[in-house]
Design a protein around this ligand. Structure first.
Ligand SMILES: [Zn+2]
Length: 442
């Protein structure tokens, strides 16, 4: 392939948070070359290349592009559908793929430069991993603007929590789930053949389904071991949905890489999480009042709404036990039907309300999230050699974490040195059409 033209950019900001957790750098200058960070320093202390494009973001804080490592961009669109159950049946897989791209682009506009996108069922009773892989590759090829995508494939048993998300009356594709270690290994291999980056599995029931208790077991230890082993054998990581301490212990024993949700826990599970240095992905926004409001609007059953509300105090207590014990936390929201796509940084406000410092909260969505999905060498912190995935936000998120939720304060979104979003006056550049254009509710 032809070598890209040499591009050098200098990005300046009043403050810089590098994601490593140390001091904030004042009057920061980032020198970017060929999509990567070449040098970072204080204004006047580093020599800048002649002829570089200078983007001067006074009053702004520069920080690493954000990551959400648990969301479902291909969930049926609640921005345009009044009832999500109807949309699950009305939306064909090709249309679902277009909604997925819209959601991913909304995320990029909100400062998320990398997503670990978990699959979602389609109206045909399968999952949409093939479509996610296509979107990942199209974005990578530069055909569409979007965040960097790390996409998943499901490997779970018949009747697992993830299987129950499909409406009961839907036909299922026969190979959407599998049972027994060898059939599950085959399912993992099939997913990896499609080209996914990670395997998503499931060790317990969950919150967002009708008539399902969260503490039912999903999969035997033998089955879970097979799924994780097969993913690792082919050099892919594995995310495991776990609500209960039993599920957490099974997932850790199997060697899963991220332990997602963790509504309930116990001392033994916490000890194992700490000693195995596992990342948990809390997804608290998904059980917040905000999420419940959205769900009410789009036709979720009272059973599910009550289950979400009932779990709130437990998620808080569990989260506080985790931070006290020093469990590693990586940010994921489980955004899907709720809350609104793009509201993901509200998750960080919940972490701060529950006792994290704003700096620690930012690290969950930068350094920790990148490490959890095996991208720690490429992104998640601002350091020489890493991708220039950088956002500039108006104000200081360390004094008010809510700044990261406000679209009009996300001034610059840069991915691999290229500016995709620029909200400076006179520079308006966005990825998708602005709100004035609008979309219809169906
Ligand atoms: Zn999920």
């Amino acid at each position: 392939m032809e070598k890209r033209l040499e591009r050098t950019t200098v990005l300046k900001g009043s403050r810089l948070i590098d994601g490593l957790g140390g001091d904030v750098l004042k009057n920061a200058v980032v020198f970017i070359e060929e999509g990567r960070i070449k040098e970072i320093g204080m204004e006047g202390r580093i020599t800048l290349p002649a002829g570089a494009e200078v983007i001067d973001m006074a009053d702004c804080t520069l920080l690493p592009g954000l990551l959400d490592i648990h969301l479902h961009c291909s969930a049926h669109n609640v921005l345009t559908f009044k009832n999500y159950r109807i949309s699950q049946l009305e939306v064909t897989p090709p249309l679902q793929m277009l909604y997925t791209l819209l959601h991913q682009q909304i995320m990029l506009e909100m400062g998320f430069t990398t997503l670990r996108d978990h699959p979602w069922p389609n109206a045909y009773g399968g999952h949409n991993s093939v479509e996610l892989v296509a979107l990942r590759d199209a974005v990578e090829a530069g055909i569409f603007a979007g965040p960097r995508l790390v996409v998943g494939g499901y490997a779970t048993m018949t009747g697992s929590h993830l299987d129950l998300i499909v409406p009961r009356g839907c036909r299922r594709e026969p190979d959407a789930t599998a049972d027994g270690p060898w059939e599950l290994r085959k399912l993992v291999r099939r997913q990896l053949r499609v080209g996914v980056d990670f395997i998503k599995t499931c060790a317990s029931g969950g919150g967002g389904t009708d008539k399902e208790a969260p503490d039912v077991r999903n999969m035997t230890q033998e089955e879970l071991d097979a799924v994780v082993d097969e993913a690792h054998a082919l050099d892919k990581h594995c995310a495991c949905h776990c609500f209960t301490p039993t599920a957490q212990k099974m997932a850790i024993r199997a060697g899963a890489d991220t332990i997602d949700h963790c509504v309930f826990t116990d001392d033994e599970a916490i000890d194992m999480l700490v000693s195995e240095k596992k990342f948990i992905v809390p997804t608290l926004l998904h059980r917040s009042d905000r999420a419940i409001e959205v769900r009410k609007r789009v036709g979720t059953s009272d059973f599910t709404l009550n289950k979400m509300k009932m779990l709130q105090p437990t998620t808080k207590e569990t989260f506080q036990r985790f931070i006290k014990a020093g469990v590693r936390i990586a940010m994921g929201t489980d955004t899907q039907i709720d809350a609104e796509m793009g509201a993901n940084a509200h998750e960080l406000e919940i972490y701060v309300n529950y006792g994290m410092t704003p700096m620690e909260a930012i690290q969950t969505a930068t350094k920790n999230a990148a490490e959890a999905i095996w991208l720690g060498r490429e992104t998640g912190t601002l350091e020489p050699g890493k991708f220039a995935d950088i956002i500039a936000v108006k104000g200081d998120p360390l004094s008010d974490i809510r700044i990261l939720q406000e679209k009009e304060k996300i001034m610059i979104v840069m991915k691999e040195g290229k500016v995709f979003v620029d909200r400076r006056p006179g520079h308006k550049k966005l990825v998708i059409h602005d709100e004035a254009w609008g979309w219809k509710r169906m």
